[in-house]
Design a protein around this ligand. Structure first.
Ligand code: FAD
Ligand code: NAD
Length: 473
């Protein structure tokens, strides 16, 4: 039986990053992945293909809706969905091949197959070429997550689908009904709305992006409405039924979704229904019962502050444990465990894990929301700057959105930054750096920002938070 110092189960951003860091630190490392390609949800059916679709659809949308004011003319706009999805597949392939290269480069042994605990240090790998056992001193569980559904809804993967199928659609839906106005719903809803689909969002809460600062969801909803997206907030879905008897042909009313709000029912008919109501930790087939690990009520693997499970020597990271289901959070945890195993003292600041929604305008945030500060009774002040007052935003005509800075009322320390606007996904890192070093709003306000850039809006919001002295509003 082959023996390893560390074995990682699952090759998503948590698992493969943990493997690389373990190898860098001198551990004999193995990684087990049940699918034939490495990279997990993120690279295969998550972050990467969704961003590739978002980029393609944005080019198309800008071409038909915005190029004319720039004086750019063209003939016959159109979408070749086959070419578009082939490009997405190429992007995914380049990324997953890159991970395979990194495994080789770092001399990490890759096992293809389902990893299952036989004992606390023996794992059975059931692959296409048979079953083998490996022994490992330490094991990191990085098995990620799968889409959730709702009671009574059957995901048939044809017309009633999850993000996994939506990313591989061969046609543009006529009417896409989205259940869930969270990150997946709004990103994939944007893709298909830009490509010409009618999109309706049914959301249970009273606003979209309900876990973020409320102001962000409100602004995004306004801009997505301008694209023709319909929103049904505070609506509880009561049924999702397929009407076409499983026909392969696209029938306009293949799916009926019923939902109710305050006793009033709405009935929506569309050709696709995308269920995006969150994801659940994935532990099926892992054999946790063989080693005495019990998932918590939400299906997550419980871990302590060292990310170690109840079984010494077995750790868990990423989507399969508590916290935001984000690739960069999983990566940080992978590095954290590897370095802990090497006797180092790593640290993760969970308050400063940024969140980004790759719609247009982009939504990005870090730190506390206004709702959280209110609930905790913390005295805070607010500085906000709208992009309609930004010279850079005016030049590109991306005038929707704002940056909102929340700072401690007494000390002026920045407690939260909430952005919606062009290119915010990248700008949010300025806020993360500032907050990691516990900057005050005035610290940022006194730093020279390049002109004309979107980053000036962050400085202006900080000026607004500091005695209301923004210059351009
Ligand atoms: P995963 O990436 O889920 O990887 C787990 C791996 O373990 C999988 O490959 C699985 O096959 C394997 N596995 C499971 N069980 C076993 C077993 N028993 N044996 C062997 N292998 C096993 N996050 C962001 O930060 N930014 C984004 O833009 C973003 N976009 C997203 C878009 C979509 C559509 C989706 C669905 C998710 C997106 N996410 C995004 C979330 C992100 O993909 C996850 O947070 C991230 O992939 C979690 O990483 P992980 O390593 O914990 O697990
Ligand atoms: P989510 O938690 O972001 O959103 C789910 C939405 O569904 C919420 O708004 C919720 O109120 C709503 N909902 C729940 N039950 C409902 C019901 N019965 N009827 C109507 N609405 C209902 O989850 P998601 O969009 O499925 O994404 C899953 C995970 O993937 C998220 O945790 C997210 O962090 C991650 N992800 C991240 C990115 C990114 O970082 N850009 C992109 C995609 C996915």
């Amino acid at each position: 039986m082959e023996k390893f110092d560390v074995t990682i189960i699952g090759s998503g951003p948590g698992g493969y990053v943990a493997a690389i860091r373990c190898a860098q630190l001198g551990f004999k490392t193995a990684i087990i992945e049940k699918y034939s390609t490495l990279g997990g949800t993120c690279l295969n059916v998550g972050c990467i293909p969704s961003k590739a679709w978002l980029d393609s659809s944005e080019h198309y949308y800008k071409m038909i809706h915005e190029f004319d004011v720039h004086g750019i003319t063209f003939q016959k706009p159109g979408v070749e969905i086959k070419t578009m999805s082939a490009r997405v597949a190429d992007v995914v392939k380049a990324n997953v091949d890159g991970i395979a290269f990194l495994m080789k480069k770092n001399k990490i042994t890759v096992f293809n197959g389902l990893g299952s605990f036989k004992t606390a240090n023996i794992i059975t790998v059931k692959g296409t070429t048979g079953v083998q056992e490996i022994e490992s001193s330490k094991i990191i569980i990085a098995t990620g997550s799968k889409p959730s559904s709702l009671p009574g809804i059957t995901i048939d993967k044809e017309r009633i689908i999850t993000s996994t199928e939506a990313l591989k659609l061969k046609e543009i839906p006529k009417h896409l009904i989205l259940i869930g106005g969270g990150v997946i719903g709004l990103e994939l809803g944007s893709v298909f709305a830009r490509l010409g689909a009618k999109v309706s969002v049914v959301e249970f809460m009273d606003g979209i992006l309900p876990t973020m600062d409320k102001s962000l969801g409100k602004e995004l909803q306004k801009t997505m409405k301008k694209m023709g997206v319909d929103f049904y907030l505070k609506h509880k879905v009561t049924s999702v039924v397929r009407n076409d008897g499983g026909a392969k042909k696209n029938i306009a009313n293949a799916v009926t979704v019923k939902a109710e709000s305050d006793g009033k029912e709405i009935v929506l008919e569309g050709d696709y229904c995308l269920v995006a109501v969150g994801r659940r930790a994935y532990t099926e087939g892992l054999g946790l019962e063989n080693i005495g690990i019990t998932a918590d009520a939400r299906g997550m693997i419980p871990v302590n502050a060292h990310l170690e499970t109840s079984v010494p020597g077995i750790y868990a990271i990423g989507d399969v444990i508590t916290g935001p289901m984000l690739a960069h959070k999983a990566e940080e945890e992978g590095v954290f465990v590897a370095e802990s195993l090497a006797g180092q003292k790593p640290h993760i600041n969970y308050n400063l894990i940024p969140g980004v929604v790759y719609t247009w305008p982009e939504v990005a945030a870090v730190g506390q929301t206004e709702e959280q500060l209110k609930a905790s009774g913390k005295a805070y002040k607010v500085g906000s700057f709208p992009f309609k007052a930004s010279g850079r935003a005016r030049a590109s005509m991306d005038l929707d959105g704002f940056i909102k800075v929340l700072a401690d009322k007494e000390t002026d320390e920045i407690l939260g930054v909430h952005m919606i606007g062009a290119r915010m996904a990248d700008l949010v890192m300025e806020a993360v750096v500032a907050m990691e070093y516990r900057a005050s709003a005035e610290d940022i306000a006194r730093m020279c920002h390049p002109h004309p850039t979107y980053s000036e809006a962050f400085k202006e919001a900080c000026l607004a938070a500091t005695e209301n002295r923004a210059i351009h509003i």
